[in-house]
Write a protein that binds this ligand. Structure first.
Ligand code: F6P
Length: 330
């Protein structure tokens, strides 16, 4: 674990980065309130890495973090900055942070955000701790990320509603959920929603397999079915699947794309608690002098994992759960 001299730690900066996730506000609150509890100052960086470049820094007080734990989105706003791949851009960001007297950072985001954070330590010895926040749950080194539980529950609620109308009209539906590189949301809602098939980027099911399941269901009198597709790199791919099923089997499938609905709304209790614990642990890690690492949870134990064991590593969807989704759907 990389270490810095935490004796002179006076001001912690906190920012959210990448796609927003329900529970990020609870994490900001935990970082801010625990830092204040320990007598530290806290600065919010507005808009993620772009905010660092534009010097969008604001002091966070006990009051500015009131009434946010239940709110979706992020009060600090978020953004992506492809220019952060350039060393001179990173150098300017560090200069701005030092001018603002920020001594260390907490970055709430995903793999891409942590890559930038890791480089700030490597190139400028600027200490940062990462807090995993993305609805996709695709970050290595932690079993759970902030926002995943809420996104799954939002998608599940939608699927339950779709099942009502699918059953009333004897229809086949394909519901597309988020997940750029991973099928964590798709698999969880597939099992919890009783879907007939789950299409995920990691383990793509052939369309014929879904058609076979639908046919077997029909043979025993089943008249409606729901298939779940993770969007993968092409949001809207559910339309391609519907077209392929129509061409191969003549079934007419309705498509429902849940999209960004899954990223909004009030976080579940599980996400608020996860975010509060991870945010607090991030501050404790900095106080110990730990940096260049992410706080996470593994098998119920809260851990600190070096970024070198997180960034670029692929967390696998549970093969057992994928098999179970398919077995139970028969
Ligand atoms: O935050 C993760 C995620 O929601 C992915 O599931 C999705 O593919 C992507 O972000 C969409 O990103 P945006 O619309 O913000 O560019």
């Amino acid at each position: 674990m990389a270490q810095f001299n935490a004796q002179n730690l006076k001001t912690i900066g906190v920012f959210t980065s990448g796609g927003d996730a329900p529970g990020m506000n609870a994490a900001i609150r935990a970082v801010g309130r625990l830092a204040i509890h320990h007598g530290l100052d806290v600065m919010g960086i507005v808009g993620g890495y772009p905010g660092m470049l534009n010097k969008e820094f604001e002091t966070l007080s006990q009051n500015s973090m009131a009434n946010i734990i239940q709110r979706g989105g992020t009060i600090l706003k978020t953004g992506r900055l492809p220019e952060f791949h350039q060393a001179d851009v990173r150098a300017r960001a560090v200069q701005n942070l030092r001018e603002a007297k920020i001594d260390a950072l907490v970055c709430i985001g995903g793999d891409g955000s942590f890559t930038g954070a890791h480089l700030l330590w490597q190139e400028h010895q600027f200490p940062i701790i990462g807090v995993p926040g993305t609805i996709d749950n695709d970050i290595a080194g932690t079993d759970l990320t902030i926002g995943f539980d809420t996104a799954v529950n939002i998608a599940l609620d939608a699927i339950d509603r779709i099942r009502d109308t699918a059953a009333s009209h004897d229809r086949l539906f394909i519901v597309e959920v988020m997940g750029r590189d991973s099928g964590f949301i798709a698999v969880d809602v597939g099992v919890a929603g009783g879907a007939e098939e789950v299409f995920i980027p990691e383990n793509p099911a052939p369309v014929e397999q879904a058609i076979d399941r639908i046919r077997r269901g029909m043979a025993r009198g089943k008249k409606s079915s729901i298939l779940i597709a993770a969007e993968g790199h092409k949001p809207g791919r559910a339309y391609d699947l519907a077209e392929s099923i129509r061409k191969k089997a003549g079934f007419d499938a309705k498509v429902c794309i849940l999209g960004h609905i899954q990223r909004g709304g009030s976080p579940t209790a599980a996400d608020r608690i996860l975010a509060s614990r991870l945010g607090a642990n991030a501050v404790e890690a900095l106080r110990r002098g730990d940096c260049d690492a992410m706080v996470g949870v593994q098998s119920g134990v809260y851990v600190t994992v070096p970024f070198t064991q997180v960034i670029g590593f692929k967390k696998r969807v549970s093969g057992d759960l994928v098999s179970l989704a398919r077995t139970l759907a028969i």
